[in-house]
Write a protein that binds this ligand. Structure first.
Ligand code: NAD
Ligand code: DAU
Length: 354
């Protein structure tokens, strides 16, 4: 048995593949385009392991995807491949539309043709799991109930609109063609291998370099944080026992505003790698807000808890300590991913704001 993972050289996909092979031992084929966010280094520990195959390519390449399905005969596709950074989607939405919408539709079409050709029992066992985000539901006010799976979609950024569109197409392929799909909508992840354009690794990276820690607006925007290995275990449970055509919200019940997150990271750095110049929190700098910045996300994770018995293993306290420790121990990884294109992005985005 084999599964195909797309976007497995990125943050969550790489953690998923590492956890998957350790937890199940089942072979994985990783199809990844290797955009700026894809880093084969993340999977270096699998070099020479015959349970892991890497293929560089685009989910939008129909011939390549069909060929991979025929060659590897997977029992499931887990689709992580996406453009994932909200700020980049504001600067340039085109890649988001191309990969997140057109690419996902292409994958659905290829998966359908393959699934329809499968004999039993492989036909009934096949699954297409689409990894999506809580951002499709839009923004909550402070007193609102967290998002359930029936919350109306109201995406506000080009990124979340492209993910919402992909979720709709996944739903349509199930409803119209019967493709056995599952969709997960998860809250903000953090942990090892996250590209330092996202809040937590950006703050760690800048603090250690003595650079300003940019917080948009008043720092009161709220996100619901989940340690990445908990997201991975949730996806495994949904793939195993999720009901076909259903969506499952995944979250850690860890709502924090951005200022609280940044202060926690600074306190951990003060403890683990003190700076003689004083607390890292001295570097906090409030900068211009993100355009259309969603105020609050929060996930009601009771459906996956009730139906599949999934619960996160990490609290924010344990997860963020592990994360800060990991970045301190992997300065070489950070050094490699923060050269080249990364510097251009930081200059373009933060200088434009200053
Ligand atoms: P990431 O940006 O770190 O990684 C994305 C990966 O997809 C990269 O390896 C990239 O090379 C690859 N990719 C991009 N375009 C591709 C294409 N056309 N064909 C093949 N590969 C392509 O993203 P991430 O943070 O790991 O997120 C993974 C998935 O999880 C995304 O679908 C995202 O929407 C979703 N998600 C992320 C979070 C989060 O907090 N990061 C939370 C919920 C859901
Ligand atoms: O909610 C799930 C989503 O979480 C995923 O779907 C996205 O792929 C992922 O990128 C993430 O989106 P966010 O926009 O919430 O994550 P980001 O790390 O970019 O920002 C987290 C919060 O921190 C947000 O309120 C914006 C703020 N922020 C971010 C950056 C990069 C700052 O204040 N300063 C910054 O420099």
């Amino acid at each position: 048995m084999t599964i195909i993972v797309t976007g497995g050289a990125g943050f969550i996909g790489a953690n998923f593949i590492l956890d998957w092979i350790e937890a199940t031992g089942e072979p994985v084929v990783n199809l990844d385009k290797l955009t700026y966010a894809g880093n084969p280094d993340n999977l270096a520990s699998l070099a020479g392991d015959d349970r892991y195959t890497f293929v560089q390519g685009d989910i939008g390449d129909s011939a390549l995807v069909s060929n991979l399905l025929e060659r590897h005969r997977p029992r499931a596709i887990v689709n992580f491949a996406a453009e994932s950074h909200v700020d980049r989607s504001i600067h340039g939405p085109d890649d988001f539309i191309q990969t997140n919408v057109v690419g996902t539709c292409n994958l659905l079409a290829a998966a359908r043709a393959y699934w329809e050709s499968l004999p039993e029992p492989e036909h009934s066992a096949f699954r297409f799991l689409h990894v999506s985000t809580d951002e499709v539901y839009g923004s909550l006010e402070m007193g609102d109930d967290p998002f359930t799976e029936t919350h109306p979609f109201a995406p506000n950024s080009p990124y979340s609109a492209s993910k919402a569109a992909s979720d709709h197409f996944v739903r349509a392929w199930h409803h119209t063609y019967g493709l056995p799909v599952l969709t997960t909508n998860c809250s903000n992840n953090y942990g090892p291998y996250q590209f330092p354009e996202k809040l937590i690794p950006l703050i760690i990276h800048n603090a250690l370099a003595g650079k300003p820690l940019p917080i948009y607006a008043d720092g009161q925007n709220v996100r619901d944080w989940l340690y990445v290995s908990d997201h991975c275990s949730a996806i495994r449970r949904v793939l195993e026992d999720g009901r076909l055509g259903e969506t499952y919200n995944i979250g850690g019940w860890n709502e924090l505003n951005n200022l609280e997150v940044v202060n926690t990271v600074c306190q951990l750095l003060d403890e683990l790698q003190p700076d003689s110049a004083g607390s890292y929190s001295r570097l906090i700098a409030f900068v211009e807000d993100r355009a259309g910045h969603d105020r609050r996300y929060a996930i009601d994770a009771r459906k996956i808890e009730r139906e599949l018995g999934w619960k996160p293993a990490e609290s924010f306290e344990t997860g963020i300590r592990k994360t800060v420790r990991w970045y301190l121990d992997h300065a070489d990884w950070v050094g490699r991913v923060t050269s080249g294109e990364y510097r251009q992005w930081i200059d373009r985005h933060y200088r434009a704001e200053a």
